[in-house]
Design a protein around this ligand. Structure first.
Ligand SMILES: Nc1ncnc2c1ncn2[C@@H]1O[C@H](COP(=O)(O)OP(=O)(O)OP(=O)(O)O)[C@@H](O)[C@H]1O
Ligand SMILES: [Mg+2]
Length: 590
């Protein structure tokens, strides 16, 4: 095989995998050493039959009667010990490779930009880390073990076979491949169904994840029966693939056994006639037969090797598809680190589309917020408010135009430095299954318990936290759905507060609060906004009283800009929005 064709078989990814495997070469070499011992011991087991029969049973040799059992003990001791050592080492290497893959997958996924998570289902990503790495591991351990141990064993046994009776061997080698051929056929089928099974299993995982996490919606729409039926379809699919592969597997062994029996019958007839004719001895014959029977298992594994490797390579491809993904958000080689603590923000001709093939959700946006000022962003739903603020921490890259923070283009600033200067309360309050304290401290790891309490007080969260069974040490998960929307929001505000960043983004931060708590939180926010460059998105226009500037977004365009009084005088979109709210308030009073 020349180098070129080797290159074709081993693509970049396979080479990378080989490199990863090669990192463990010390253990692999040690494992190889034990594999050779096991292979030698296996061949010796077949070999020893000859002196056992010929010398003990036929020639009645007394020293051999003592000597051969001792050798047998030694052979089996070496075989057992070697198998243990080799399997221990191979498992160790396999598990290490799994761990390395899991870590690099998680590292990569966590670092990928948000847009990646819009196109990939959470369940799919989870199955990369849980399932696919296992497939790779079994490929590595089976492939390496087969290639070394089984190849050595087959070589050892063939030597025994040839040594015993090469004429008989030639006859047997002509007939045995016929017995091995069906394994290939059945193996291919088993592999096809097991791939389908894996894929169906991944779909089932995604389904489970979605129905369990959306259980409330499922129940609201009384979709229990509907989902149960969809689930039955999925389990039926799994059942079908499992049965088909079970049939292929179980059919293969009787067929194999029958063909093997034919082969053995031939060996008995041909070999037996040579013993009867006095050309060969019974010991030679049985030693030969034992070796032929022992060669069956390693050859079976070797014939399966191809499909195991194919499956593993498919999994490796899926893994590398994630690991090798280009991060779209690019940083300069020497990005700027933001040192200032008061930062103005300016949008210059900013246009943005989530996907280059899709329509722009923001068009030529221009505005400027002086350091420490508050800007309110209003407009009907879907106008592009959330999209606009998401551009500031570079969750997505702008399609055209530029955003400046302080005097720097955000593209030139180190991502972590940029994001450290920005505090966000997102539209959906998201908490982790940690304690209340840990959730708030997420804003600034290293904040003292006292700081956490101060932040909670400022966010008007302290009182309800105190009422939890374990107070600040209550796990959010233990509370289950006991946290109200407003309580969750206030915890998120406390988390943003403790970060103490010069730029603050509040996306509907008070939308789930009743009028009374809103007033309280409003007070907290006023404290929070002081001295910070703040972006406030609010449907309720009362929350934007403190804004020095208001911009109105509609269909991705900035259609109005000014102070509350100016915009009221203009009597355009903002005026309409205000009036609609007032009318609604009047309606409620009636
Ligand atoms: N991840 C995304 N991929 C593609 N399009 C998106 C994505 N997120 C939002 N959009 C689209 O961008 C437009 C603006 O959405 P955006 O969330 O910015 O509106 P909004 O003004 O914040 O609305 P709301 O007041 O309802 O929160 C919408 O048409 C929406 O469908
Ligand atoms: Mg929004």
């Amino acid at each position: 095989m020349n180098f070129l064709s080797l290159n074709k078989i081993f693509g970049q990814r396979e080479k990378k995998l080989l490199k990863i495997i090669a990192n463990h070469k010390k253990k692999l070499f040690l494992a190889m050493f034990f594999m050779i011992i096991v292979a030698g011991a296996t061949a010796a087991t077949a070999y020893i039959i000859k002196p056992m029969l010929d010398d003990i049973f036929i020639n009645k040799d007394k020293t051999k009667l003592f000597f051969i059992p001792l050798v047998t003990i030694l052979i089996f001791f070496l075989k057992g010990g070697g198998t243990y050592a080799q399997e221990y080492l191979m498992n160790y290497v396999g598990e290490e490779i799994i761990r390395e893959f899991r870590n690099s997958l998680y590292e990569k996924i966590i670092d990928l930009p948000l847009s990646f998570f819009h196109e990939q289902k959470t369940g799919t990503l989870m199955s990369r880390i849980t399932n696919d790495v296992n497939i790779v591991k079994s490929m590595v351990s089976i492939a390496v073990t087969s290639l070394l141990k089984d190849v050595f064993t087959v070589i050892g046994l063939i030597i025994v076979i040839l040594y015993m009776d090469w004429k008989l061997a030639i006859g047997a080698f002509a007939i045995l491949p016929m017995a091995f051929y069906p394994i290939l056929i059945f193996g291919r089928r088993v592999r096809k169904y097991s791939t389908s099974y894996q894929e169906a299993m991944a779909r089932l995982n995604i389904f489970l994840y979605e129905t369990f996490s959306g259980i409330k919606i499922l129940k609201t729409f009384t979709m229990e029966e509907f989902e149960k039926k969809r689930f039955y379809i999925k389990t039926h699919e799994l059942f079908k693939f499992e049965m088909k592969s079970a049939i292929a597997k179980t059919l293969s062994s009787p067929v194999m056994e029958f063909l093997g029996g034919l082969g053995i019958a031939f060996v008995v007839w041909f070999g037996g006639s040579r013993v009867v004719a006095g050309i060969s001895t019974p010991g030679t014959f049985f030693s030969f037969l034992t070796a032929v029977m022992m060669i069956y298992d390693p050859v079976k594994r070797l014939s399966r090797l191809n499909s195991t490797v194919q499956e593993g390579l498919a999994a490796i491809n899926r893994i590398f598809d994630v690991v090798e993904r280009e991060t779209h958000i690019k940083e300069l080689k020497k990005p700027i680190l933001l040192k200032e603590n008061s930062l103005k923000v300016e949008f210059k001709d900013v246009s943005f589309a989530y996907d280059l093939s899709e329509k722009f959700v923001l068009n030529n946006i221009n505005f400027k917020v002086e350091s420490g000022n508050i800007i309110a962003i209003v407009g009907v739903s879907g106008g592009g408010k959330t999209s606009l603020v998401n551009l500031i921490p570079r969750f997505y890259d702008i399609s055209h135009g530029n955003i400046f923070i302080g005097d720097h283009n955000i593209k030139d600033i180190a991502l972590t430095s940029l994001r450290q200067k920005i505090s966000i309360v997102t539209q959906e309050p998201i908490l982790f299954n940690e304690t209340v304290t840990d959730n708030i401290r997420y804003g600034r790891i290293g904040a003292s318990d006292e700081d956490v309490k101060i932040a909670a007080k400022a966010a008007y969260a302290h009182d309800f936290i105190e009422k939890f069974p374990k107070g600040y040490n209550t796990f959010v998960g233990e509370l289950g759905n006991r946290l109200s929307g407003g309580e969750k929001q206030r915890l998120c505000i406390a988390r943003a507060l403790i970060k103490n960043a010069p730029i603050l983004i509040l996306d509907e931060a008070t939308s789930s609060l009743d009028a009374e708590s809103e007033k309280l939180v409003q007070k907290a926010l006023v404290n929070l906004m002081k001295g910070r460059t703040t972006f406030v998105i609010a449907h309720r226009l009362s929350t934007i009283d403190h804004a020095t500037q208001i911009i109105v977004l509609k269909n991705g365009k900035l259609i109005e800009k000014g102070t509350h009084n100016q915009l009221m005088k203009d009597k355009k979109e903002y005026f309409k929005l205000q009036n609609m709210q007032n009318v609604r308030k009047m309606d409620m009073k009636h």
